[in-house]
Design a protein around this ligand. Structure first.
Ligand code: DPP
Ligand code: ZN
Length: 836
């Protein structure tokens, strides 16, 4: 297949003013009639995208035509077209029931739903399926379903039909249709200009009582976007539908968001604190897209980060405002390092704005999303909060209703603030995580910090140029902070000189002000000093993390880490969530990435053993204080997912984890007594980890087998916690379980993903059985659902980190996948890049 290239962009030959769609629903033979008003664009042939469609009829201005059909759509030559605007009418037939790819119109649990981003609309009807073609849609749905929904405002309904009209021009990827036996939970919101908006969340009967948190999050998001970004909602109705079969987390279709039910349904008994937090942030994310994505969309898919990076940044700001800002920052950095630094360090590294792709679905990545958000955070750091607000106002004013580019985005910052962002643009074009080396010198009352940046080569980009790196810094003296500021390192090497009477302890890259790897040895004792008293909470946490990694990567003496971490744990003036985070150990995958950074090959068994060893040392050093702290963190009374209760639970549960290192029966009573899913699942995971989970697993399953989201947890906990030497056998047996509905992405990810991602030592078992298991299932799923299968292939992206034996075994599995007959374009591209 030929890649699509950014440099080959050409504007659309024909634009669309209006679209009238009529759906005659049938599970196996839905007929879609489209009436499209085309107006001249750049001029040329009419090319309409189409995939897996049966064309029943087509006409232009009422005259039947026979267009030239090909594999990816149809073409009508320019000479066969009228000179000016014309009306195209076509009927296509599609089979939603047979649509296992879950792109386009498909069935989930007997209900119709759609997923059109990025290129799913072409599986519904022939259309210029590209985001720079924006049109006004009117939709009529005919069928027997009790509820039939589409974008925009309701425009009439009767027995067997419903009509919808969306007044805002939109690209086809934001189209949505839902039909089925659904129940709604309703509320309303009054915008600051006085518009009343009806809010509806649609779920299956029985799930109505698990929507309250999603609804509350929605109202808070709507208010926040008005207050912080000055953005109001623009329709009479905002709807959310929860579906069980969904490839991604959620989708921002105009006025009709479709969500993976995982990000809607929650109650204290069925959802963890982390689930509640995820719901809050995904609801906000999709809602915020209404302005950053929908009102202003992307010119082409290379600009994906224009909407995703910005919307992730906005949802991060929202969550920080709703919760604790420093804690949110630490969580975000943990996620960035786990997924994006990992991606950037391997064969799948690509720029935030890629230059080419074969299958765009493969670029909904941590780089486009999370690194994209980091770039916006840096822009804000560089131009200041006021400059950022001005630039955003200008962005909304200048580009509302348009399909924009990264150039447009940077230009509003230049015009609004006067900054020259020519060099900053490199951040969008260069892949790889910059390393910043630091040397310090103190002499005659002058403290000199010399920074040097370099970015390692990534696929297709052997040479890198310097990028502007905002480094927030502070200097700690004996009595506290003596100086602070932001230094922008925009050269390969540069120095910062500060006059101070005594050698200070430097605290650099505060708040993680840039997505870089800071190589900062510092003087002995400096990290311990920062862990004890840095005034920047992020760097306080980071100092502990760095000390832990010294032990886990270099085998350093852990005493400084133990002392400092325990002091933080016992400090009652600190937020419990922060204390829990300080007590956390880097994941096995994070340790492996750090070992690989040093040039050594990774032994996954040793990584695991060392990590357990350090955890045990912490447990021993805490001694009886663990149980005391756990008791002090009790949260009696009704469960709340907000306020300080989640942090207390997290700290209490971390203590339980440590206590279990010394007494494997410790989780038994907490499992039996738990009154919420957070505590229950923690105790269950610990029991399974200790090989004592059998009865608890059976009880848990019996209690929750009717709720798919909880059954997913039941699978994931076993996949992740099974002893590595028999994890393959455990997960293989689980694939035979009657509840293993592998065609449902959530279930597949819970078991196969939960094993490959959640049980590194099991996955990397030295006989290769883990690799074989994952490859077998990847091949099997690829035939049905290429998008989700291709996503799973990322578990192999780190294959070059390991010893020759494991590399050979992984290479053999990659080779086997690559040579599978009929492999999807999605998976073929991923495997090809991983092996390159
Ligand atoms: N555009 C979606 C989102 O990120 C992707 N499914 O919200
Ligand atoms: Zn998004």
């Amino acid at each position: 297949p030929v890649p699509t290239r950014l440099q080959d962009y050409t504007p659309p030959a024909w634009l669309v003013e209006t679209v009238h769609l009529t759906f005659r629903l049938d599970p196996e033979a839905t007929v879609v009639r489209s009436e499209i008003r085309f107006v001249p664009g750049a001029g040329g042939d009419l090319h309409l995208d189409g995939q897996a469609l049966r064309l029943l009829s087509a006409s232009i201005n009422g005259e039947a035509i026979r267009p030239d059909l090909h594999e990816c759509g149809l073409t009508v030559l320019e000479e066969q077209l009228p000179d000016g605007p014309f009306t195209w009418v076509a009927e296509t037939r599609i089979n939603p029931q047979a649509n296992t790819a879950l792109e386009g119109l498909y069935m989930s649990n007997g209900m119709y739903c759609t997923q059109c981003e990025a290129e799913g609309f072409r599986r519904i009807t022939y259309f210029p399926d590209r985001p720079d073609v924006m049109a006004v849609y009117t939709v009529r749905i005919e069928g027997a379903e009790p509820v039939m929904l589409s974008n925009g405002n309701p425009a009439g309904s009767g027995e067997g039909w419903a009509e919808w009209h969306d007044p805002w021009p939109k690209p086809s990827y934001l189209f949505a249709l839902v039909a089925g036996d659904l129940r709604s939970v309703e509320d309303s919101f009054t915008t600051r200009s006085g518009r009343d908006v009806d809010l509806r969340i649609w779920v299956r009967d029985g799930d109505q009582d698990r929507c309250a948190y999603a609804m509350d999050s929605l109202k808070r998001s709507m208010k926040w976007d008005e207050e912080v970004y000055g953005r109001e909602y623009d329709l009479d109705l905002f709807q959310i539908v929860a579906v069980d079969d969904f490839n991604a987390g959620a989708m921002e279709n105009k006025g009709l968001n479709i969500f993976n039910s995982k990000y809607v349904l929650a109650s204290p008994e069925t959802a963890t604190d982390g689930d509640f937090e995820g719901i809050e942030s995904v609801i906000a994310h999709e809602y915020f897209h209404n302005w950053t994505g929908n009102r202003i969309t992307c010119r082409d898919w290379f600009q994906l980060s224009l909407k995703e990076g910005l919307t992730v940044f906005r949802d991060q700001q929202f969550s920080a405002d709703m919760r604790s800002e420093p804690v949110k920052r630490i969580d975000d950095v943990l996620r960035l390092r786990a997924a994006q630094f990992r991606e950037d360090a391997g064969p799948l590294a690509h720029p935030v704005r890629p230059a080419e792709y074969i299958e765009i679905n493969n670029f909904y990545t941590a780089t486009v999303y999370e690194k994209g958000a980091e770039l916006i955070r840096m822009l804000r750091e560089i131009v200041g909060a006021e400059g950022y607000a001005k630039a955003l106002d200008l962005y909304f004013e200048r580009h509302d209703g348009e399909a924009a580019t990264i150039e447009d985005w940077l230009k509003v910052f230049e015009d609004a603030t006067g900054h020259d962002l020519t060099q900053f643009k490199r951040w969008y074009e260069q892949a790889g995580t910059p390393r910043v080396h630091v040397a310090e010198q103190f002499e005659d009352g002058r403290f000199t910090l010399t920074f040097r940046q370099e970015t390692p080569p990534t696929p297709g980009q052997p040479e890198k140029a310097p990028v502007p790196i905002p480094i927030r810094w502070g200097l700690l003296g004996a009595q506290g902070e003596v100086a602070a500021g932001t230094f922008v390192l925009d050269k390969a090497q540069d120095s910062l000189i500060v006059e101070v009477p005594e050698r200070p302890v430097p605290s650099l890259l505060r708040g993680f002000s840039a997505p870089v790897i800071l190589m900062h040895e510092g003087a002995p004792g400096d990290r311990a000093a920062r862990l004890a008293r840095d005034t920047d909470p992020f760097n306080r946490w980071e100092a502990g993390r760095s000390l832990a990694l010294d032990t886990l990567v270099q085998g350093a003496d852990p005493q400084d880490w133990l002392d400092g971490t325990i002091a933080v744990a016992m400090d009652e003036t600190l937020d419990p969530t922060f204390r829990a985070l300080a007590l956390g150990l880097p994941s096995e995958d994070e340790i492996a990435r750090q070992i690989a950074e040093t040039g050594r090959s990774v032994d996954p068994d040793a990584v695991r053993a060392d990590r357990i060893g350090l955890d045990r040392k912490l447990a021993e050093a805490l001694g009886p204080r663990a149980a005391e702290l756990r008791a002090a963190m009790a949260t009696p009374g009704p469960y709340s997912p907000d306020g300080d209760a989640p942090g207390k639970r997290e700290l209490a549960n971390r203590m339980l984890g440590l206590m279990t290192r010394l007494d494997p029966t410790a989780p038994e009573a907490p499992f039996a007594d738990a009154t919420n899913m957070t505590d229950r699942l923690t105790a269950l995971a610990l029991l399974v980890r200790e090989g004592r989970g059998e009865a608890a697993l059976a009880e848990f399953h019996a209690q929750w087998q009717h709720l798919p989201g909880v059954v997913d947890k039941w699978f994931a906990v076993q996949a992740g916690q099974a002893a590595p030497d028999r994890a393959v056998e455990v997960v293989t047996a689980l694939t035979e379980h009657p509840d293993f509905n592998w065609k449902t992405p959530n279930r597949f990810r819970a078991l196969v993903g939960g094993f490959a991602g959640g049980n590194p030592a099991g996955f990397h078992r030295v006989d290769g059985a883990g690799y074989r298991f994952v490859a077998d299932w990847l091949i099997r799923l690829d035939k049905l659902n290429p998008m989700t299968a291709a996503r799973l292939s990322g578990v192999f992206e780190t294959w070059r980190r390991y010893d020759d034996t494991r590399q050979d075994l992984m290479e053999a599995e990659l080779e086997r996948i690559a040579s599978t007959d009929g492999l999807s374009r999605d998976t073929a591209e991923m495997i090809g890049r991983i092996r390159a």
